[in-house]
Write a protein that binds this ligand. Structure first.
Ligand code: ADP
Ligand code: MG
Length: 335
């Protein structure tokens, strides 16, 4: 770990809930260790919503799972860097300390209800179980019903008796949200929470997320491959490509003036209203396979602006304005 450059652990009172510094993660495949995240640094302030975007395979879920050290090791290996949650490095925590973080300080919502919901447990019992784990004093039906009402589930006093399969996709997603919020987490990590839903329901869930995070003063890391969603909810956007951050900016700035050619291409691939599948063909080629990252700029083989230099020299993530970083030497050239 490049220890000298890293800051000391933060004091209580720091407003940053999450601070990832130069995170490196590898996967062991056979005798080889293949890098998956290559020096990722990102911060989330108290009450702030940050969107992490990028095509499938860019490393978004690996980043998300790393925050509560949920990656299976092996095959994963934390090869360097730090992940500070409330100023404490989760990579150095004991198993006991980790349990106090997981679900309580950092909680998760995933895309697939099948992963998070127990098919043989009624909705009410699932929420009560989560409460019993994190807020035992509140593990009673009244609190369960008010949580379900809070996330917009109609007639919650009836729905608590339903099994997950009796709920629609949107209601299952709300139930997962209720479980994730039951502990009043400081940071909610939502990994493509709406991808499986139709666009109207997606918008409703995002609207709900926006309202809830205000009420709880909760920070949110929202992961999506759809840049069209981020304007609705994000304060800041971080764009990931082949295990590296290639652009980071305040949401409004990024949407009105994307600087990296990849971000511009991503914006062109935003799904049209009423269509669920992104037009991935808007970006020629595909994300390079693990262990097969091109030399120089990793995006150069797909980049409409690539020059001979781009295949030789790896660009640094450079500050181009306050709170704005871009990993492209030609970011200020016209597309
Ligand atoms: N358990 C694993 N073993 C080996 N490779 C993995 C594992 N999990 C993820 N990967 C690889 O890591 C890369 C990043 O994956 P992921 O973070 O899931 O991407 P994203 O969420 O952006 O679609 C992908 O190439 C994926 O195949
Ligand atoms: Mg993913």
């Amino acid at each position: 770990m490049p220890g000298g450059a890293l800051k000391t652990e933060r004091q209580a009172g720091d407003s940053r809930v999450l601070e990832i510094e130069d995170l490196r993660i590898e996967f062991e495949t056979g005798a080889q260790a293949v890098p998956v995240l290559d020096g990722v640094s990102l911060d989330i302030g108290s009450g702030e919503t940050v969107c992490l975007v990028g095509e499938s395979g860019s490393g978004k879920t690996v980043t998300a799972l790393a925050i509560a050290r949920l990656l299976p090791c092996p095959p994963a290996r934390y090869a360097g860097g730090r992940i500070l949650v409330n100023g404490r490095d989760v990579l150095r925590m004991s198993a006991r300390e980790l349990r106090t973080i997981r679900g309580r300080v950092v909680s998760y919502v995933f895309q697939d209800p099948a992963v998070a919901l127990n098919p043989v447990l009624r909705a009410g019992a699932q929420v009560r179980e989560t409460l019993a784990l994190h807020r035992p004093e509140a593990a009673h039906n009244d609190e369960v019903i008010s949580l379900l009402r809070w996330v917009g589930i109609p007639a919650p006093e009836l729905r608590i008796r339903d099994y997950p399969h009796q709920l629609s996709g949107g209601m299952q997603q709300r139930l997962m949200l209720a479980m994730a919020l039951a502990s009043h987490p400081r940071l909610l990590v939502a990994d493509e929470p709406t991808t499986a839903l139709d666009v109207t329901i997606q918008a409703q869930i995002l609207e709900l997320l926006r309202a809830l995070r205000r009420q709880l003063n909760m920070s949110v890391l929202l992961i999506t491959h759809n840049l069209g969603l981020v304007g609705e909810i994000a304060d800041r956007v971080v764009v990931l490509y082949a295990g590296q951050i290639i652009e980071e900016a305040p949401a409004r700035e990024l949407l009105s003036r994307p600087r990296h050619p990849y971000t511009r291409a991503l914006m062109k691939s935003v799904p049209e209203l009423g269509r669920d599948a992104p037009r991935l063909d808007a970006i020629p080629g595909s994300v390079p396979r693990l262990g097969d990252w091109p030399a120089g700029c990793r995006f150069h083989p797909r980049c409409p602006m690539a020059r001979p230099d781009c295949s030789r020299e790896a660009p640094a993530l450079a500050s181009v304005a306050p709170h704005q970083r871009v990993r492209c030497r030609f970011w200020d050239h016209a597309p």
